[in-house]
Ligand binder design. Structure first.
Ligand code: CP
Length: 320
């Protein structure tokens, strides 16, 4: 696979965050995803790579893109998949997360893909079970497959990530996507600039390698990538902004703000979008938007992750 000519081997049994990856790991995941992408364009969208493997998707929070994308990825690799949502799981009857996981483990799955509202939930799980854990978003911590699909989309459109200026605007405080993207883009040599209402900028975020700007105009100035984040109202006990209307006026991505970026800047959003709040519809659907490319690449990235945690490189090398 990928015409590997070096001694590089992907050594991660679990995918918990971009934090765990070296730039070489990220480059390898992206090149593996690139090689898998064409499978989704075939008349018969299926390869036998993960035949006989069992994958459980357990989502304790709502999801459209990530859940469906992981399921499509697994099915395109011929794995057997099972989906559990929080309302269908015995967690509603008081079962602990660890007990749920250990009972699932007793059925011998190979991979558990989990989204959970608590930061660190997948890290806790990995101490108790042997199956590979893939973090599909944990609280406000990380969303590694989203970060990787964003990197893939930028690399696809810009050729390389190194040297780019990336502006991220919005609710950084509650965004696992922001953390994964700050880590991913800076590891790959891009500069990341953040802007948002003061209540949406967590103290110390600069330690991850990003620069906090005093306004969206400053963050977006000469940017190659302009990414808006969703306002995560479900994670705010009290409103942290006066109103959505004011937020839209001062921090929404509109055509005027975009004029400050490079003319060929990419417009991104992880979804789901609150149109007219985080981003105007004419920008979300405009010529610079790659939002649906992000979703398309999500399938390829997740195919790559499933393949790699199952020791794909080792299998390919031993077959070659
Ligand atoms: N980007 C993202 O995680 O979307 P979902 O919540 O729909 O999975």
């Amino acid at each position: 696979m990928n015409g590997l000519t070096t001694d590089y081997l992907f050594k991660h049994h679990h995918i918990l965050g971009i934090e765990q990856f070296s730039p070489e790991d990220i480059a390898h995941i992206l090149s593996t995803a690139k090689s898998f992408k064409e499978i989704s364009n075939r008349a018969i969208k299926k390869v036998p790579t993960l035949r006989g493997k069992t994958i459980i998707n357990i989502f304790f929070e709502p999801s459209t893109r990530t859940r469906v994308s992981f399921e499509i990825a697994a099915k395109r690799m011929s794995a057997d998949t099972f989906n559990i949502s929080s309302s269908m799981s015995s967690a509603t009857k008081g079962e602990s997360l660890i007990d749920t996981a250990r009972n699932l483990e007793a059925m011998n799955p190979d991979i558990i893909v989990m989204r959970h509202g608590f930061s660190g939930a997948p890290h806790l799980l990995k101490k108790h079970i042997n199956a590979s854990i893939i973090n599909a978003g944990d609280g406000t911590h990380e969303h590694p497959s989203q970060g990787l699909l964003d990197l893939m989309t930028v690399e696809e459109h810009k050729g390389e990530i190194n040297g780019l200026k990336v502006a991220i605007i919005g609710d950084i405080t509650h965004s696992r996507v922001a953390r994964s993207n700050i880590l991913g883009f800076t590891k790959m040599g891009a500069s990341v600039y953040l802007a948002g209402p003061a209540t949406f900028i967590p103290p110390g975020i600069e330690k991850l390698g990003a620069e906090v700007c005093s306004s969206p105009v400053k963050a977006v100035q000469d940017a190659d990538v302009v990414m808006a984040l969703r306002i995560q109202q479900e994670r705010q006990n009290d409103p942290l902004i006066p109103s959505l209307r004011e937020y839209a006026v001062h921090f929404g991505i509109n055509k005027e703000l975009l004029k400050n970026a490079k003319p060929d800047a990419l417009v991104m959003h992880p979804g789901p979008i609150n149109r007219g709040v985080e981003m105007n519809p004419d920008v979300a659907d405009g010529p610079q938007s790659v939002i649906l490319d992000q979703v398309t690449n999500g399938v390829a990235v997740r195919m790559a992750l499933l393949y790699l945690v199952m020791g794909g490189d080792k299998t390919s090398n031993s077959e070659s």
